[in-house]
Design a protein around this ligand. Structure first.
Ligand code: NDP
Length: 469
């Protein structure tokens, strides 16, 4: 059985303990992943701290070139990494699955490589000149989740490294192997200590985020853990970028052509089996259009091949882990018990954490499947009578990562988009993130943004040089 290792100061670190990782589609073993100790966390932070000054002193151009080489390594190893993601995380190789995830990793590496934050003159007159410089913060703790284990890790690692920080990354205990392999590969072009890993359960994440020598925390995960991280940061006063998932509403404007939007709605909700922070998690449809929208979504759902994602024919895989499988099942069972119309599509294999693609109609606000983040392949479809009610529903929860409006024309959609309280409001698309476009939550979905120039700024310390002329 293969044993995977963490990487600290450019070297593989043998762990005292390990956990076996299993394929969520087949139950097959992938090998042993390391379980770090608190001493390992300390060693990784020390290594990152030691490397940081040297890394910050490299030229901007050198860091750009290094990050560009990281993208090349990801490209050269893309099929190996995609297969590992499918076997560990479950998302299929095909469609918007693991090959798509690796291509996204490459894009989210190339774009920060190409961007820079040169000093900016913020004020000048005859007497003075004030210039804003962007210095690295220092050592960044990155805590990645299990739904997009490589892509979200890249979102955290690359901007940080690009701006002269060093990183200690902890992948989720559910999906450590593909991430550790990615780090091992890209480390070939990084100086020792620039990117380090620790792995293990939440306790190790807590030891990392509360470590006194951490200067910034990047976290994507649940709201409950986000709150713990805020508390942990009181020990090091590290600023935090918090991406805490959402319960995104999509509103279909009355009279919208259901067939034309059905494919976008479907993947907006079922991307990665719904295990995506910015997926459509509740769909609001006018009562006159309700039957057509359900029919159009059912037509797509009926044709979706479900199964082991290593088979290129499959587009829907298993849930990643038992905790999530049980959670989604419980929410659907709750809806069924409350008389909702549960429509299940697809033949699910007996083995593995598979759930059918599920549409749930005859459901309303206040039911658990609507109000709680399901993070799975079960979409509640709520009828509305007038648009104001749908907008109030969309804004009615504390989660506010994304939202979308679906309409025949921009004239109809744009005024509604401006009324929605979310970090991003998409029109006729959902979850359409881009490496140049800032992304982050409002309200309980977190704070701070990632991507683009704003994302680079978030891993820097503003410093002003003020000159008397
Ligand atoms: P968590 O928030 O617990 O996990 C996210 C990451 O945080 C993992 O790496 C986890 O490590 C780590 N972690 C856990 N506890 C701590 C801590 N005290 N300090 C620092 N890091 C910690 O999410 P779950 O995996 O428990 O999933 C629960 C729910 O969260 C899901 O059902 C879903 O609704 C939501 N979620 C949202 C995501 C998003 O993209 N926004 C991603 C994942 C989950 P470890 O896994 O080793 O415990």
């Amino acid at each position: 059985m293969q044993t995977f290792t963490n990487l600290v100061n450019g070297k593989a670190v043998e762990a005292a303990d390990h956990q076996e990782i299993f394929n969520p589609a087949t139950g097959d073993s992938l090998g042993l992943a390391p379980l770090s100790s608190e001493q390992d966390v300390n060693d990784a932070v020390i290594a990152a701290r030691k490397a940081q000054k040297m890394w910050a002193n490299t030229s901007d151009q050198e860091r750009q070139e290094t990050v560009t080489r990281v993208a090349e390594i990801l490209q050269d190893n893309s099929e190996y990494l995609a297969q590992l993601v499918t076997r560990e995380q479950g998302k299929p190789l095909a469609g918007p699955g693991s090959r798509f995830e690796i291509q996204a990793c490459i894009g989210w590496t190339q774009v920060p490589a190409a961007l820079s934050l040169p000093p900016e003159t913020v004020y000048e007159d005859e007497e003075r000149k004030d210039t804003l410089h962007r210095a690295p913060l220092g050592v960044v703790a990155a805590i990645a989740p299990w739904n997009w284990p490589l892509m979200i890790a890249i979102w955290q690692i690359i901007p940080a490294i690009r701006m002269g920080n060093t990183v200690v990354l902890k992948p989720s205990e559910y999906t450590p192997i593909a991430t550790l392999e990615m780090v091992r590969l890209i480390n070939q072009v990084l100086p020792p200590g620039v990117l380090n890993t620790v792995s293990g359960e939440g306790r190790i994440g807590a030891a990392l985020t509360s470590h006194p020598d951490i200067d910034k925390i990047m976290f994507t995960g649940s709201e409950a853990t986000g709150r713990r991280i805020i508390e942990a940061s009181s020990r090091n006063l590290a600023p935090i970028t918090l991406e805490l998932g959402g319960n995104d509403a999509a509103i279909v404007v009355p009279g919208t052509d259901a067939k034309a939007i059905s494919e976008g709605l479907f993947w907006g909700a079922f991307l990665n089996m719904g295990q995506t922070c910015a997926c459509i998690k509740r769909l609001y449809v006018h009562e006159n259009d309700y039957d057509q929208v359900i029919a159009a979504l059912s037509d797509i759902a009926r044709k979706m091949p479900i199964g082991d994602g290593m088979n290129d024919a499959n587009l829907i895989g298993p849930l990643q882990n038992e905790m999530q499988y049980k959670k989604v099942k419980e929410l659907v069972d709750d809806a069924r018990t409350n008389g909702c119309d549960v429509m299940e599509f697809g033949d699910t294999p007996e083995k593995g954490y598979f759930l059918p693609v599920t549409l749930v109609g005859n459901i309303s606000d206040g039911q658990r499947l609507v109000d709680e983040e399901q993070f799975g392949p079960a979409l509640p479809i709520v009828r509305y009578r007038n648009l104001d009610d749908a907008i109030a529903s969309a804004n009615g929860l504390s989660a506010a990562l994304g939202a979308s409006i679906w309409a025949n024309s921009l004239e109809e959609a744009e005024p509604i988009a401006l009324m929605l309280e979310a970090g991003t409001v998409w029109i006729n698309q959902h979850g359409a993130i881009h490496p140049m476009v800032p992304f982050g939550g409002n309200k309980a979905s977190g704070y701070g943004v990632e991507f683009g120039l704003e994302g680079l700024k978030a891993v820097t310390q503003p410093r002003v040089i003020s000159i008397k002329k």
